[in-house]
Design a protein around this ligand. Structure first.
Ligand SMILES: NC(=O)c1ccc[n+]([C@@H]2O[C@H](COP(=O)([O-])OP(=O)(O)OC[C@H]3O[C@@H](n4cnc5c(N)ncnc54)[C@H](OP(=O)(O)O)[C@@H]3O)[C@@H](O)[C@H]2O)c1
Length: 331
């Protein structure tokens, strides 16, 4: 299994297992979190060979960026920091200001990969990409990418003439929506996909055995009923099918004596067009276990079986690549 890739249009080499720095702030979606565990998770990921860390100003209003600086400031030149600017800041001057805030939060003078968090069709993309290019020319960022960009936005990127290095998308065995349109387009455009929520916020570790156990804030995705209190979609969900699929994946992992989460990550790393997996971890143990993805057997029959048993769920949820909304923001 290839463990590193070089981002297009750069000489930046990243580990394909990337540490996701959202859950380490706790709060919305995650609940209480002990800062010592967060710092230990970041350090354990780094010590296990992860060199790339994905964060965003939106994660705890800069707190996630602060934690990353606190844990790994001494390793600055050995790590790759991927951060994001939110769609409310896509006007040219706002992009620049957001980046300055990010640099302060991260206690650094450059961000390696700066990403547009979600599309914002109300601001011309050329203006936003132009601001990113300016930041790159000034050395404040080393490269830029996008996130949650669908077919139209990717097409606007191509037309703009600016070169994006990555597209970050929700992708995992329980959510394969990007396979319909976005992933083939990214392959054609030579834009590697960085997969977020790659273990479906913990569901792919087998920690929940039925849908009633999943906390409401984590049951906001379109797998669950619109009647869940924090839901923002209008769908009836597919809780039975989701949990039948989870139990099939668990059975296969157990039969092969493999860690279910690590196997789910390895399946993603095998998919054409996937650059890396951005996986969260709330403590050192989780962070170390997720790196086991590299150690999974290179067994095509096993990966094909995982593809086949998760296809009914893929067909049910369809091509909408927005995990949370019926009215898709992935445009
Ligand atoms: N661009 C975007 O719009 C976007 C959206 C979402 C996420 N992201 C990025 O992607 C990253 C990862 O996504 P995510 O945090 O949503 O989901 P995820 O990586 O699929 O799941 C992470 C959660 O699963 C649990 N977990 C992790 N490793 C485990 C293990 N080995 N065993 C058991 N449980 C484990 C932890 O929560 P518990 O211990 O509480 O169960 C952890 O917080 C984020 O940190 C963020 O950087 C980006």
């Amino acid at each position: 299994m290839k463990r590193k890739i070089t981002l297009p249009h750069t000489d930046i080499e990243i580990s394909r297992v990337i540490f996701g720095c959202w859950a380490i702030v706790g709060g919305f979606n995650w609940g209480p979190q002990d800062e010592r565990d967060s710092l230990a998770a970041l350090r354990a990921a780094y010590d296990s060979g992860v060199n790339c860390f994905d964060t965003a100003e939106a994660y705890g209003g800069g707190h996630s960026e602060n934690l990353l600086a606190k844990a790994l400031k001494g390793e600055r030149n050995r790590i790759v920091i991927a951060s994001k600017v939110g769609p409310q800041d896509f006007a040219g001057d706002d992009v620049i200001r957001a980046c300055e805030r990010g640099l302060r939060n991260l206690q650094t003078d450059y961000i390696d990969l700066y990403q547009l968090h979600w599309p914002n069709p109300s601001v011309p993309l050329d203006e936003t990409l132009g601001a990113l290019q300016k930041l790159k020319d000034e050395g404040k960022i080393r490269s830029y990418g996008v996130s949650n960009f669908g077919i139209e936005s990717l097409s606007a990127c191509r037309r703009s003439g600016f070169s994006i290095s990555t597209n970050q998308m929700a992708y995992n065995l329980l959510f394969r929506a990007i396979e319909f349109e976005v992933l083939p387009q990214c392959i054609e455009d030579n834009v590697p996909v960085l997969c977020y929520s790659p273990i479906m916020q913990g569901l792919l570790t087998g920690k929940f055995t039925d849908w009633t156990q999943v906390p409401d804030d984590r049951a906001r995705t379109r797998h669950f009923s619109k009647d869940r209190p924090m839901s923002r979609h209008q769908e009836k969900g597919c809780e039975e099918l989701t949990f039948q699929t989870i139990s099939l994946i668990k059975r296969i992992s157990d039969e092969h004596g493999l860690d279910m989460g690590a196997l789910s990550l390895a399946w993603l790393l095998k998919q054409q067009g996937v650059g890396g997996v951005i996986v969260g971890g709330r403590n050192a143990d989780q962070a170390r276990r997720n790196v086991l993805a590299y150690e999974m057997p290179d067994d095509s029959a096993l990966f094909d079986e995982l593809t086949s048993i998760t296809t009914p769920l893929k067909e049910y949820l369809g091509a909408n690549a927005d995990l949370w909304q019926t009215d898709s923001r992935v445009v």
